[in-house]
Write a protein of this length. Sequence first.
Length: 755
Amino acid sequence: MPARRIRVRGIVQGVGFRPFVYRLAHANGLTGWVLNGQNGVEIHIEGDETALDRFTAALRHDTPHAAQISSVTVETVRPEQITAFEIRHSDRTGAPSTRISPDLPVCEDCLSELFNPTDRRYLYAYINCTNCGPRFSIIESLPYDRVRTTMRAWAMDEFCARQYDDPLDRRFHAQPIACPCCGPRYLLECDGMLEGGIAGIVGAAELLRHGRIIAVKGIGGYHLSCDALNAEAVIALRYRKFRREKPFAVMTANLDIAREIVDLRPAAEELLLSNARPIVLAPAKINLPGVAPDHHELGVMLPYAPLHHLLFAAGAPDILVMTSANRSSEPIAYRDDDARERLAGIADAFLIGERPITRRVDDSVARAGIFGAAVLRRSRGYAPGAVATFPQSRPVLALGVDLKNAITLAVDGQAFVSQHIGDLDQFDCRHAFQETVRDFLCMYRIPLEDTVIAHDLHPEYSSTQLALDLRGSTHIPVQHHRAHIASVLAEREAWERRVVGISFDGTGYGDDGRIWGGEFFTGSIAEGFTRVLHLRNAQLIGGDAAARSPVQCAAGFLFQLDGTPNLLEPPFHFPRRYTDCLELASTQLRTFETSSVGRLFDTAAALCGFTRDITFEGQAAIWLEELARKSPPADPYPFPVTDNTLDFRPLLSALIEDRSAGMDPVVLARRFHAALASALWQAAAGFCAQNSTDLLVLSGGVFQNELLLADIASRANRSGIEVWTNNAVPSNDGGISLGQAAIACFASQNISYCP
Ligand code: ZN
Ligand code: FE
């Protein structure tokens, strides 16, 4: 009797994989066993050869919905003369390197039970099974068992226990299993009144219908919710949350309603329905006053927790604003007491679920972009998934940078990228950052002494300081923009590919201590990247604070131009602060040199009319892109290479001249975009030829600009050059830790390591 030993790696634990194997073995008349091992699922099967083949093929293809197989190895072994097939107890010694599943949306089976009046879990907000439900957001430590989740406070009743123990049941070992008799509930708190269960949810739906603002506990934290069609409620929410202009995301009751309010291409629809259930940015078809002012796109998501489905079924408005529950840029609230305290002046009522959340996991944000799916914020549904397999097993911890922080831990070669943490200038975010580092090291039981620690070059970053405080085996500083380029290549596991890499963003510490952000490189992850061209240095007046004022940025660039008209006068209307800044520039007091393309965008925005301060990061650049979208394609402004730098002076002179001549700013904005695309492409094509490569890599926050990408794509189509951008991690600083980890992994290869 032939026998095989099969090892399956990937997301294969806590997703119904063993019952699936059990059923598959039974269906094929095979005997043997299955267990959760340290590195995935291990299977032993015995039977006749054709049945073994059928089993092995089905294993790869008919996998449970939530499982993600990264590898299957099959080996012929000696038969153990087993007479039945069984699920064996897990072998749980040593460090777990198995992957933790991200949180999953409620599945179709659970949904139909949720709305079936004869089902025990009818209208029960915590329904789940092995194919769906929370994972990462409730896990306290590994291995994944109920006692190590936030469900440990609720003992299963007989009904749930029977399903939990039955290998043929959909809830076999569903760790968060619960029912209305034994599990947690939702409670509505409003004006000192408490209402539990479905009555509370119905009450919340009614409050929403009446234009009230409700704090709703979800999977990874609280949302603030209100009727998106009720402009008064939306404005009140903005006012109370201190969020003047930054767009809100909405949740629609179902896909049909999403289709009515945004233009969904098939790729966008696929993202919307994907397991991560991200907020998807798509062109708006209707105007929801106050929701996403001055944006052509709207962020839409579908219900993913059973509670969301219940809210809509209970009569909540079909389109709900669902924004993270915080004040301004604070991190999202996820603990009940903290939410009550911080949201007291914002929410009219609280819909609180009793099941605690272990860690804050924001909604993810994505877009079906011109170069494929682009994740702008990688969090719920994606984290802590692995995004690449590194070619060496030594652990690497990369701590990212201080903006849009996320960390990466490579264990046994698998690079796990954390949830979005936020901006580390916030005290709470700094705290969350330290928690996440500890969390990741504990979950995977990584001894710090063996770990390579990667961090940014910036000596004053909080992330750098923490890195230096950690006692790893080696510390490797990685330059910001090289890490951006490496993040794209790491996603595709292209370690040796020689490329031309362009990294455009707002700010990053350069080799020379200047603030970089308009950088061209050649090289590869394995051999390193050489800076070959950059934006001509301008002045950043007042340092990072300049990023809040486009006019202040403009002064730092325009200082270098001759014959600039008085911009305080029409049509420019710059505020007086501009001349003060020019003065600072001439004295060089509190000014820094920068090659940031982000700041060049701010300058162009100021010249096109954005002369006030911004209220959220990237606002002026987004405003300029929106402006340019209103214009048909236009000729690029001159943007030549002089003295081995991209010279912005002719570009800005021409822009000022056009504006002075009374040309429409929409055309100016369009010509600015064309100039960037054209100059970038020309330089890139030259470097490709010189370095015999036909691969161009783009990364950095500026490449979230789809209009710029479209201009580049149209040039790429006519050439033999292939363009890669980020797909799995953000092209903004949220993706940097992956690139840091990849570069550090190679840089540390020369350093001896015995696992
Ligand atoms: Zn389910
Ligand atoms: Fe950056």
